[in-house]
Ligand binder design. Structure first.
Ligand SMILES: [Zn+2]
Length: 340
């Protein structure tokens, strides 16, 4: 009898323990059926964001603009009196534009208007003067080669060939990283100098690039990746190459001894495109190297330094790894469906 009671008590205990063990699972299953519901919500796509590099810029510098979260199918636009500013896509809704502050741009405030679909911004750029030097060139104008290079015919040919390139641009970002010095030599004439010839003080000219003095035959290299848009002999600029780097940012190489590039060719940074010489309006072996955005000349030597304003956003990315932030934003942009 005693044994029977113990057995019955043992059975009861085990049953209670089993029920207690299963109770949470039973409650969850009941809860699931009773309280099951589904809700969903849309996280709206973030609005486009404009970021700029420095807004106080000296003559010869570059204004850099960056847009993120630009919706697919919309092409951003920038308008400014400073000059050509073309937004180029970097993918994932990111666009970059570079606008020139030319060497002859008058100091003052310049508005820049940016439009992305229904969004628009207006920012103001403060242009500061740069203390460019003055130079008086003594040139033997009776030299027949010089006089032809300086003739009305030579300038007419220049006007037909070079300025039409100013308005052209490729919507591809060819350039990568810092621009390189196109040839090994000494800078004999700086960027932006006001130049007079044979003390004719009534006729100032501007030096739109830098002159790099080097021995005849020294290789001339493409300053960055790009597409050759002109490679030919011109009376004024001699053997000439022009390379488009994207968005109308171009490099110009004048007075070369030989040409080693052809029109339409895609070149890489460091590709040899010619050799240093003294062809056209030149009195000694040197490379005239010019960089422009549209028709505005910018300081090429600035671009040899990786702290140039053109690389502003690359520098930011160096200091802050933004890839994780962008990954989070991409997730937020997706539609969430959460079931409980
Ligand atoms: Zn020059």
């Amino acid at each position: 009898m005693l044994i029977k009671t113990e057995r019955r008590n043992g059975f009861l205990k085990r049953t209670i323990v089993r029920c207690l063990l299963f109770l949470p699972a039973i409650l969850i299953v009941m809860g699931w059926f009773v309280f099951e519901y589904t809700f969903s919500f849309d996280v709206p796509a973030p609005d486009p964001v404009l970021q700029t590099g420095r807004l106080e810029l000296a003559q010869g510098e570059i204004l850099i603009l960056q847009l993120t979260h630009v919706p697919d199918g919309i092409k951003p636009k920038a308008q400014t009196e400073l000059g050509l500013a073309v937004f180029l896509s970097n993918g994932d809704g990111e666009w970059i534009a570079a606008a020139p502050v030319g060497n002859t741009r008058q100091p003052g405030k310049y508005p820049v208007k940016i439009d992305v679909g229904n969004f628009s911004w207006e920012i103001s750029v403060a242009v500061q003067s740069f203390p460019f030097k003055t130079q008086n060139l003594i040139i033997n104008t009776s030299n027949p080669v010089i006089s032809e290079a300086n003739s009305a015919k030579a300038y007419q040919q220049y006007r037909e060939k070079i300025p039409p390139l100013f308005d052209t641009f490729d919507e591809t970002v060819y350039w990568k990283g810092t621009f390189i010095e196109p040839t090994a030599g000494r800078i004999s004439t700086e960027f932006g100098m006001t130049r007079y010839t044979n003390s004719d003080w009534s006729n100032p000219r501007y030096h739109w690039g830098v002159d790099i003095a080097a021995g005849k035959g020294t290789p001339v290299k493409a300053t960055n990746d790009g597409r050759v848009v002109l490679a030919e002999y011109l009376l004024n600029t001699g053997n000439t190459v022009v390379i488009e780097h994207g968005g109308g940012l171009k490099s110009y190489y004048y007075h070369m001894d030989s040409l080693q590039a052809s029109n339409g060719q895609i070149v890489q940074k460091g590709s040899v495109i010619g050799t240093v010489g003294s062809t056209g309006y030149s009195t000694g072996a040197h490379l005239h190297f010019e960089m422009r955005i549209g028709n505005q000349a910018i300081n090429p030597t600035m671009l040899f330094n990786d702290s140039a304003s053109l690389y502003y956003f690359e520098l930011l990315f160096k200091f802050f790894d933004t890839s994780e932030i962008f990954a989070t934003l991409n997730i937020l942009e997706k539609r969430f469906i959460i079931s409980v």
